[in-house]
Design a binder for this molecule. Structure first.
Ligand SMILES: Cc1cc2nc3c(=O)[nH]c(=O)nc-3n(C[C@H](O)[C@H](O)[C@H](O)COP(=O)(O)OP(=O)(O)OC[C@H]3O[C@@H](n4cnc5c(N)ncnc54)[C@H](O)[C@@H]3O)c2cc1C
Length: 406
């Protein structure tokens, strides 16, 4: 069994699609598997040099974070240049995006001020409500149309080689693991370094199976066939899921119910074990700056959208400042204290605190595990004696490895 087959068998694939882009559709092609996750279907064996390249670039195999800045460090968010709260100045973008539209506002700045020629990101496939499609957006309308989180599998790197072979400079938007894979690939093949000038990620709590969407629709008393479009977020913060049907009806479900009961629990195995939901490899990371209730837990009552923004690099810092200066982005203050992250994102924080148990659990059950930097793990665990084990988390990881569909 080669390394790609092992990744698939053990359920470690993230579904990013980079392998299809690198080795070609004739050898492997991304498709939903029977559990509703995007996976490469192998048509032809990969050669030894191809397998060697895969080991370096596949985010399931290479989990080493690149240190992008040494400026500041916080155990919950990692290395950072800046941490701030804000939202898009354009009201339509703010309201219709997932959170506060800060990510799309920065994309607008990058396009309209000609910092890049195109944005590589994911949008809904117009021909199939249960698929995502990689788009290259070049205008306000295209960026606005692709805003909003799509809580279903996506493969943002599936045709990255083809896109960057075209003229121009690009920005890339993806999950933390997509950006990590892209960075590793950029390093391996330095030809593309000047093509993708900036990477943007969003905080990621996991990629749900497409079966989560089916279950959610069925709870809304809808069949797959009658739905023509699903919008998971937007029209407020957190907004509601909206399912648009052929007879022009719109059916809704709250964010709390949709994510909490139907989507979140179907996240793929690698996401349940991941400790890089905060996107340590991206220039900029955007997330929900949830208001917290008196117990310190995020409050999902409707409000005006507000993002948290983690700036990792000098370039990211320059982009955020210019986006604010040129009225694309509103920032509450130039710098916020990252301690507030722990209240706003308790589950992301606990993922980092239990990173050691996640890695050990994977190693125990799967014998192979992503390559990690132990010094890095030690830093993020946030405990006095870093090797002191949290046995509950270890047991939880082991249970997840055995019970999560692959
Ligand atoms: C699977 C998933 C899990 C998430 N988990 C968390 C979490 O745990 N905590 C948290 O704070 N935030 C999470 N988010 C991110 C959050 O929903 C917002 O995307 C983020 O706060 C940015 O909001 P925004 O309004 O600035 O983005 P928008 O302006 O709405 O822009 C969103 C961008 O994300 C891209 N995108 C949307 N869906 C996908 C997808 N499936 N794959 C790749 N790219 C996509 C779009 O192309 C668009 O460019 C998650 C998002 C996804 C898709």
């Amino acid at each position: 069994m080669n390394v790609l087959q092992k990744v698939l068998k053990k359920g470690l694939c993230t579904g990013c699609g980079l392998c299809e882009s690198c080795f070609g559709k004739a050898k492997l092609a991304m498709q939903h598997n029977h559990n509703g996750y995007l996976r490469p279907f192998i048509k032809q064996e990969l050669s030894q040099p191809e397998l060697r390249l895969l080991k370096q670039i596949c985010p399931a195999l290479n989990c080493k974070m690149k240190t992008l800045t040494e400026n500041h460090y916080h155990p919950a968010i990692g290395n950072y240049q800046g941490f701030m709260l804000g939202w898009a100045k354009d009201n339509y973008i703010r309201k219709n995006s997932s959170t506060g539209g800060a990510l799309s506002a920065v994309l607008l700045y990058l396009i309209e001020q000609q910092v890049v020629d195109g944005i590589i990101h994911v949008g809904a496939d117009p021909d199939n409500p249960y698929e995502n499609k990689v788009c290259v957006s070049r205008s306000y309308d295209e960026i606005a149309a692709n805003a909003g989180s799509r809580y279903m599998p996506s493969a943002p790197l599936v045709n990255i080689d083809e896109i960057i072979r075209q003229e121009g400079k690009y920005a890339f938007v993806g999950r933390p693991c997509d950006v990590r894979a892209l960075r590793a690939y950029m390093e391996e093949k330095n030809i593309i370094e000047e093509k993708i000038v900036v990477t943007l990620a969003f905080l990621c709590g996991g990629v749900p199976s497409i079966k989560g969407t089916y279950k959610m629709l069925s709870q809304m008393k809808l069949t797959k066939e009658e739905v023509i479009r699903v919008k998971y977020r937007g029209n407020g913060w957190p907004g509601k899921v909206q399912a648009f049907t052929k007879d022009s009806q719109i059916h809704e479900m709250s964010y709390n119910e949709s994510w909490g009961r139907y989507l979140g629990p179907t996240s793929q195995l690698i996401c349940k074990l991941c400790f890089d939901g905060v996107g340590e490899s991206a220039d900029l990371v955007f997330g929900d700056a949830w208001n917290c209730n008196e117990k310190g837990y995020p409050d999902f009552n409707e409000a005006d959208g507000r993002n948290m923004i983690i700036v990792r690099t000098k370039l990211g810092d320059q982009i955020i400042r210019e986006s604010a200066k040129q009225e694309y982005l509103y920032l509450e203050s130039a710098q916020s204290n990252p301690d507030i992250f722990m209240n706003m994102q308790p589950s992301q924080t606990s993922r980092r605190k239990t990173a050691l148990e996640r890695i050990l659990g994977m190693r125990f059950c799967l014998s192979s595990y992503p390559r990690v930097d132990w010094q890095y793990l030690r830093k993020i665990c946030m405990r006095k004696y870093w090797f002191q084990l949290n046995f509950r988390s270890l047991a939880g990881t082991i249970k997840r490895v055995f019970t999560t569909p692959k």
